[in-house]
Ligand binder design. Sequence first.
Ligand code: GLC
Length: 429
Amino acid sequence: MKWKKIALLNAGLAMSLALTACSSGQQAQPQPGGDKQGEKVKIVFARGKDVTGATQQLVEAFKKTHPNIDVEVREMPADTGQSHDQYVTMLSAKSSEIDVFDLDVIWPAEFAQAGYLLPLDRFIEEDKINLKDYIQGAVEAGNFEGKQWTMPKFIDTGLLFYRKDVVKQPPKTWDELIQQAKSLKGQGGTQFGYLMQAKQYEGLVCNFLEFISSYGGKILDDQGNVVVNSPETIKGLKKMMEVVKSDFVPKNITTFTELESHTAFIEGQSPFIRNWPYQWALAQDPKQSKIVDKVGVSPLPAGDKGSAATLGGWMSGINKYSKHPKEAWEFLKFMTGPEGQKITAVKGGSAPTYLPLYDDSEVKNASPLFANKDFVKGISAAVPRPTSPVYPKISEVIQIEVSKALAGQQTAEQAVQNMEKKIKEVVGK
Ligand code: GLC
């Protein structure tokens, strides 16, 4: 077993993210459930497509301890932006068709301000949930104007997964990645050298942020000023353009989201992929993967300012118009509590936000990431996207301008100039 350390220097944060390069609370009590004794209540839980089977297992486990609450899962699109728009349509019409739903880490400010969520403070207090047991950044992401609107579910951070049977030593820098991707393409049954998410959608913003942060670029500064037009951002974007326009990524890489990229990876088509922690569980699932036991994971390659990972993740909230807030809370509490998060970690491969789970042996066995104490430290220092009720508009500008640059319709310099102008209009600064 071999551990790699890479210093991540970004936004004044010095962090060390050591990742493996080897193969290697409060328990929900049975509840009476229904409004009246013995009456079964059905709640609807909405979340994006789950390819791991963890959601089904979680719902079954909940039903066992809560026989009077039935949970129907509504599958939303895999693309977070498409899910977002469907929720906004539903919730702005005050619909009660869903009770509990998962929110991307970038939504709570917007959804809280729009009045779509039920504040959870009273439930948290009554059930004596200790928020200190959770990764603080994930708790804070669901806190807006002094109230807690969501409970953290899992946390995401961008990582480099690689094929141990093809790659000798994972690359430390983007230039090394480019070299290796070029020379390894075609080896060990692969067709490509590198996979990432380059479609015009939220995942593109995450990949862009990693490139620019690794060269010291930023979108907003700590005061919320738009600082995207800098030589550092231009450098990062140029490196991203070099990768996307190379002949070692699929020709249609600008149509790739997580789904297309992870599918190609578990089919054995590439030595490298940039993806979130769930990639590990998927690659280890013999029903879906042709590369079981052949995968290693390391930090993303560094630019001249270090390696940077985008902070992602999901939380859960209650629809303000739910007709069953009590039952909705019971499910949310279970899902984001120790038992639910353990299923999400072990079966789904996603990183817990409930800290004591990092001492649980089954969780530690589920992924080399979870057994590595520096992983949690690293995750807390990952680069967040701007927190703002107008985040979707900021994201849209970035998506459009980066896509144009990747399509060769504008230079990196023009892209960041346009971003600066349009993001200033959106945030009013
Ligand atoms: C993952 C992240 C989420 C991000 C999305 C982009 O689901 O957890 O935060 O927005 O990927 O595709």
